[in-house]
Design a binder for this molecule. Structure first.
Ligand SMILES: [Zn+2]
Length: 372
C-alpha cells in the first residue's frame, strides 16, 4: 500500500478525494487509520462529503462508517450503515447468509422490548457486526443491536438470539473456551490454580461480611472449582450448572455433584447464607427476575455476590469505542453499571456493601446483604 496514504495526518477531504478517484482500498486504509486514532469525526465528515452525491457505498466502507458513527454516539446512522454493509456485501454477514446471499435477515423482526422490565422506552446504545467476532457461529444474527432501557437502566440485546441458537452456541464453544483451549493462552493447571486463588479471595470477603459460614449456592458453577473450595473451607456448598460437560467434569475432577438445572426451576424456599453468580448475570435473559429470586433466597445474614463485566469499570471505560469487543460477544445479552445494579437490588431489599476487582478485564465483584 501507498505509505503516503496510510499516514495518520489525513483529513476528511482525503477520504472523498481517494474515493472520487475510485481507490477504495486507499479509502479503507485512511479510515481504518483514523479509527485506530479515534478520530471518528473526520471519518464521518469524509464519508458525508463523498455521499453528497447519491451513490452506493461499498460494504467494507459501510462497516467502517458504522464503527465511526457508533463511536460518535450516532447509533441510528450506525444501524443504517451496518445494514447497508450486509446488503452490499453479504460476505459481511455470517456464513449462512453468505451461502444464501439472497436472503438477508430482516433485523427489525427481532426487535424486542427491554428484557429486564418489558418497557419499550429505549434508545439505541450500540450496533455492531458480530460476524467479525472470532467467536461468531452461524447461529447468530450478524448485526447486533443494543439498547439502553430508559425505565430500568438495563443495556440489552434487542435482537435476541433464540434459545436454540444460544444453546448451539454454548455447546459449540464449550471445547474452545476450556482451560488450555484456543481462547485462553494459559495451561489448564494455571487456569485452575487461578480459579482456586480467586475462590479463596472471594470466600474471605464473604465471610468478613457475613461473619461466618453456612449454606452456600453457586449459580452457574462451571467446573465446580468455587463449590469445591467452599466445601474445603467448611461451607455447606452446592452448585447449579446447565452445561452437561461441566457437570461431568466436576464429578470426575472433584467428586462433586452439581445440579444440572435452570436457576428459575430451583425451589426457592431454601434460605442461603451465600449466593454467588460469577460471570453469569450478563448471560441471563431475565436478569431482574433472577436478582429478585436471589434476594428472596438469601438468609437474614446472607451475602449475594454478582461478578460480571460492568460498563463503569475502569477497564470498560478504556476500551476502544469503535472496536469494543464486549458488544460483539455473542453470549452476553445485557450490560449494566454498578449503580444500576445497586439501585435495582435496593428495590428487592438488598444493600450494596462492597465492590472489588478479582478476575480483572472489567469484571467487578459486587457484594450485597439484606437490608437490616
Ligand atoms: Zn428496562
Amino acid at each position: 500500500m501507498n505509505q503516503q496514504i496510510t499516514h495518520s495526518n489525513q483529513s476528511a477531504t482525503d477520504i472523498s478525494a481517494v474515493l472520487n478517484r475510485g481507490n477504495l482500498q486507499a479509502a479503507v486504509n485512511i479510515i481504518s487509520n483514523l479509527i485506530d486514532n479515534q478520530d471518528y469525526a473526520k471519518v464521518a465528515e469524509g464519508m458525508e462529503l463523498w455521499l453528497q452525491q447519491p451513490k452506493v457505498l461499498p460494504g467494507h466502507l459501510c462497516l467502517l462508517y458504522g464503527f465511526a458513527l457508533n463511536a460518535l454516539g450516532r447509533c441510528d446512522g450506525a444501524l443504517t450503515a451496518h445494514k447497508q454493509a450486509i446488503v452490499e456485501h453479504p460476505g459481511l454477514a455470517n456464513a449462512k447468509a453468505r451461502k444464501e446471499s439472497t436472503t438477508i435477515p430482516n433485523y427489525d423482526e427481532y426487535e424486542s422490548p427491554c428484557i429486564g422490565c418489558g418497557s419499550n422506552d429505549s434508545k439505541l446504545a450500540y450496533v455492531c457486526n458480530q460476524s467479525l467476532s472470532v467467536n461468531n457461529f452461524d447461529v447468530l444474527n450478524p448485526i447486533r443491536v443494543w439498547k439502553d432501557c430508559i425505565d430500568c437502566g438495563l443495556t440489552y440485546t434487542s435482537n435476541m438470539p433464540t434459545a436454540e441458537a444460544l444453546e448451539k452456541y454454548y455447546s459449540a464453544n464449550y471445547l474452545a473456551q476450556q482451560p488450555g483451549g484456543p481462547l485462553y493462552n494459559i495451561s489448564e493447571e494455571g487456569r485452575e490454580q487461578s480459579y482456586i486463588k480467586n475462590s479463596e479471595t472471594r470466600l474471605k470477603v464473604i465471610e468478613e461480611i457475613s461473619g461466618g459460614k453456612g449454606r452456600l449456592i453457586d449459580v452457574g458453577a462451571g467446573r465446580g472449582t468455587f463449590v469445591k473450595v467452599a466445601q474445603d473451607k467448611g461451607w455447606t456448598a452446592e452448585g447449579l450448572e446447565q452445561l452437561p460437560e461441566n457437570v461431568a467434569y466436576a464429578e470426575k475432577r472433584w467428586g462433586l455433584t452439581l445440579s444440572q438445572m435452570d436457576f428459575f426451576d430451583l425451589d426457592s424456599q431454601e434460605a442461603y447464607d451465600a449466593i454467588t453468580l460469577f460471570e453469569v448475570f450478563e448471560h441471563l435473559t431475565r436478569p431482574w427476575e433472577a436478582l429478585k429470586k436471589c434476594a428472596d433466597m438469601l438468609s437474614p445474614k446472607g451475602v449475594l455476590v454478582i461478578a460480571m463485566p460492568f460498563r463503569d469499570s475502569p477497564y470498560a471505560k478504556a476500551l476502544h469505542p469503535a472496536k469494543d469487543a464486549w458488544w460483539s460477544e455473542p453470549a452476553h445479552l445485557i450490560y449494566i453499571d454498578t449503580q444500576c445494579l445497586a439501585a435495582k437490588a435496593s428495590e428487592f431489599g438488598l444493600h450494596h456493601v462492597h465492590t472489588e476487582e478479582v478476575e480483572g478485564a472489567g469484571r467487578l465483584d459486587t457484594y450485597f446483604t439484606k437490608v437490616r
